[in-house]
Design a protein around this ligand. Structure first.
Ligand code: ZN
Length: 447
């Protein structure tokens, strides 16, 4: 090539002017012929090279309707220049005489009948199918429908891709108008991931920043709710979280919290999930607290039940009674129903001497009309501790204890509420748990 160029260059420089022009023109034409390749220019100026083999395949395609042409063009546009350029086989008649069609993505206001009649499918088949499988009446935006017709142009198979996880396939039974349904559930790959970070501002913000979802961050708060209030963590505190996530097509579809480690004020807090779904510390002690049903050692008569529509015996007006009144002699010891922190211990006009204990971010209890307060705000109490003596202070019509249980900022009936229970790990369950902790505690280490 170099030799040839040299000879041409020499000949060129030694030639008279008309020869020079002719030689130049000839060279340009030769080069053009050498490097010319067929190029199809699409309307939006994108170039897609089509090889002769593909042109052959394209010529076998049955005549598509307008929508198919549009969609085929989109496919051509989306081919990137270095992929293997294998065209899809949708729209091509296969050996069984079945015509497959485009996949249709459900849009707003779409329904099964609307979509399929656009493609001239037999309305009787559509009605038969949607009567037989009423779930098909709840198509959601973004789901995909695709279908195959038999050689008579009747619906043979309808494929409904509900999610990355679930697909349903409806196939005609012989020549009838009945369809069989097949559910396909995809299972992703579960893999463990450790997410670590430092508190900056607040826990949820920092955890989400580090890569947790909001649901995962909430699950962490729930797992530790009886040990620490994550809202009280300070900037610079550290967390390490072990999750198992199910990955489908590169995205996490669901996850399970396996372990948590929090370092705050120089203290370590651990929580691990056992097979039973409850959380325990690394020594297999339950992290979930058991409540006492009654805040007294003996059970006293209910003088006024929990009711959200009660006539107040003092004011005569309908007002909710957000607790239970137990009539009892003045001076009866009142017990904390669970571990927690005293957040109120004071006198008020309506409640008299009253105490509020916060047991976790979710649970708070209140005790009213006491004659004596035995605890101070900020004091930590244990389940069964004496916190005061019952009395007849504040707005009352007789000596009693008014007791309230609050769950997620709502007063609930303490006599029937589902209280958290402790499920102890014993035997094999305990052994499995301790083995799990041994294997996973190291993963949570913060360097
Ligand atoms: Zn009351």
């Amino acid at each position: 090539m170099y030799q040839m160029a040299k000879i041409i260059a020499q000949a060129y420089s030694n030639s008279p002017k008309p020869h020079k022009i002719m030689l130049f023109t000839l060279s340009v034409i030769t080069l053009a012929i050498t490097f010319w390749q067929p190029i199809i220019i699409l309307s939006d100026d994108q170039e897609v090279k089509i090889t002769s083999q593909e042109l052959q395949i394209k010529s076998n395609i049955i005549i598509p309707n307008k929508d198919q042409i549009k969609s085929d063009k989109n496919k051509l546009n989306s081919l990137d220049s270095n992929n293997s350029e294998q065209l899809p086989d949708e729209g091509v008649i296969n050996e069984k005489g079945i015509v497959s069609t485009e996949a249709y993505i459900i849009s707003y206001n779409d329904n099964l009948t609307g979509v399929l009649t656009q493609y001239s499918l037999d309305i009787n088949d559509i009605i038969a199918l949607s009567n037989q499988y009423q779930d098909l009446r709840n198509l959601k935006v973004g789901q995909t429908l695709s279908w195959e017709l038999n050689k008579d142009g009747r619906l043979q198979t309808l494929k409904w891709i509900i999610s990355q996880r679930e697909t349903r396939i409806f196939t005609r039974q012989g020549k009838s108008t009945k369809f069989n349904e097949e559910k396909q559930i995809r299972r992703g790959v579960w893999s463990d991931v450790v997410i670590q970070g430092k508190i900056n501002n607040n826990f949820t913000f920092s955890a989400v920043n580090a890569g947790l979802t909001y649901n995962e961050a909430h699950e962490v708060s729930k797992a530790l709710q009886w040990q620490i209030d994550l809202r009280k963590l300070k900037s610079g505190d550290k967390f390490s979280i072990l999750l198992s996530r199910e990955i489908i097509d590169g995205h996490s579809k669901q996850s399970r919290l396996l372990g948590v480690y929090i370092l705050t004020n120089g203290k370590n807090y651990y929580a691990f999930r056992a097979q039973n779904g409850h959380y325990y510390d690394s020594e297999a002690n339950s992290l979930e607290q058991e409540f006492l049903r009654y805040p007294t050692a003996n059970i006293f008569k209910v003088s006024s039940p929990f009711s959200l529509r009660r006539i107040n015996p003092v004011t005569g007006r309908i007002s909710p009674h957000q607790g239970v009144d137990f009539s009892m002699p003045v001076g009866t010891p009142i017990l904390a129903v669970g571990d927690g922190e005293v957040i109120v211990s004071k006198y008020s006009i309506a409640a008299g001497n009253f105490i509020a204990i916060r047991h976790s971010p979710q649970y708070t209890t209140r005790y009213m009309h006491l004659c004596k307060l035995l605890v101070k705000p900020g004091q930590k109490v244990k389940k069964g501790d004496r916190i005061g003596l019952s009395g007849n202070t504040g707005r009352t019509t007789g000596a009693h204890l008014h007791y309230e249980l609050w769950f997620n900022q709502h007063a609930v009936n303490p006599l029937v509420a589902n209280l958290p229970y402790t499920s102890r790990l014993t035997g094999k369950e305990r052994q499995l748990f301790l083995a799990f902790v041994k294997e996973n505690k190291l993963k949570l280490n913060i360097n």
